[in-house]
Design a protein around this ligand. Structure first.
Ligand code: BDR
Ligand code: CA
Length: 311
């Protein structure tokens, strides 16, 4: 199995991503889950990550808390989408599994140094603060990461927190800049992909039909999460952003994209956090990311449903 670290700010869609990973043990070995401030403040993301591990029957997984604020900016959160706890929907008990004492950034650095180079994949589902801090603290790790697969950014699709910026990049553009300049092979799942994987009623019904506690909890999370889009845009369901990262590891053929240069806007107040994707190769700038644009949404939901049924 492929060894991964999941860096996350749960978040109902983060929860779905973690469930997809735990439902795929033959392909994915989760070395640890690191949490970052994003959708909600750090104490809640560290709590929520443990709730999801317990929901999946995996209290043995190591969960680490990381950065409680972006590198240079005050934290912006998204309770308007995810609710007060970040995981609103089901009634969860407080987690009982431990939070590791080690800082998430130290875990990322130590793991990348101790595992053979090129064998650990970073999966980032939130702002890139922890990975940027790890790179600043230990620049040697850049050459040891197999791949960094991220949910973040948007180009033809625009932004979701400002007209120009997607939430994960907007929260910490300086961190994103560190990551995109690092030389780590990056795969980017932008809004251009994630806005195509909608939690349509027919798709959610198939997850509900599994009937297990994890499946029902996931449905209740998704029904809370999608209400933002359903009420605001009248859409049938909401975009299931973060699980696309794990789905890419499992079934890369579900996605289509191309290698591009991506730069991050950090100074303009109007467009801070914008991912400037050179899709048409109009600059001579070197490629630094594989940017996805297409997805087989039905195939994605079939995969998610099949793997959640195993939990
Ligand atoms: C991203 O922002 C968060 O609210 C979601 O969890 C996802 O990671 C989408 O813009
Ligand atoms: Ca997230």
């Amino acid at each position: 199995p492929r060894k991964i670290i999941i860096d996350t700010d749960p978040g109902q869609d983060d929860a779905a991503a973690i469930m997809l990973a735990f439902g795929s043990p033959e392909a994915i070995d989760v070395l640890g889950v690191t949490t970052v401030a994003g959708n909600v403040p750090l104490p809640l993301t560290a709590r929520n990550a443990r709730i999801v591990c317990e929901l999946c029957g995996r209290p043995d997984v190591k969960v680490f808390a990381g950065a409680d604020a972006p590198l240079k900016r005050p934290l912006v959160t998204a309770e308007h989408v995810h609710g007060r706890t970040g995981l609103d929907g089901p009634d969860f008990d407080e987690p009982t599994m431990p939070l590791q004492e080690k800082h998430a950034v130290d875990f990322i650095v130590d793991t990348l140094r101790s595992e053979p180079a090129g064998t650990v994949t970073l999966c980032t589902l939130g702002p890139l603060t922890n990975v940027a801090l790890a790179l600043q603290q230990a620049p040697d790790i850049a050459g040891r990461v197999a791949e960094l697969v991220m949910m973040g950014g948007g180009f033809f699709e625009g932004g979701n927190i400002t007209p120009a910026a997607e939430f994960n990049i907007y929260v910490d553009p300086e961190a994103a800049e560190v990551v995109f300049r690092s030389g780590i092979p990056i795969v980017m799942m932008p809004l251009d992909v994630t806005h195509k994987v909608m939690t349509l009623k027919s798709r959610v019904a198939k997850i509900r039909a599994i009937g297990t506690a994890p499946a029902i909890a996931l449905v209740e999370m998704l029904e809370f999460f999608e209400r933002f889009d359903v009420e605001k845009y009248g859409s049938d369901g909401g975009p299931l952003h973060d699980p696309t990262v794990i789905a890419y590891l499992l079934r890369p053929e579900l996605f289509g994209g191309r290698d591009c240069n991506v730069m991050i806007e950090t100074s303009s107040p109007l467009t801070a956090g914008m991912t400037v994707v050179d899709w048409w190769q109009v600059t001579g700038r070197a490629h630094n990311a594989r940017v996805m644009r297409e997805v087989d949404a039905d195939g994605f939901f079939e995969l998610l449903t099949e793997r959640v049924a195993r939990l």
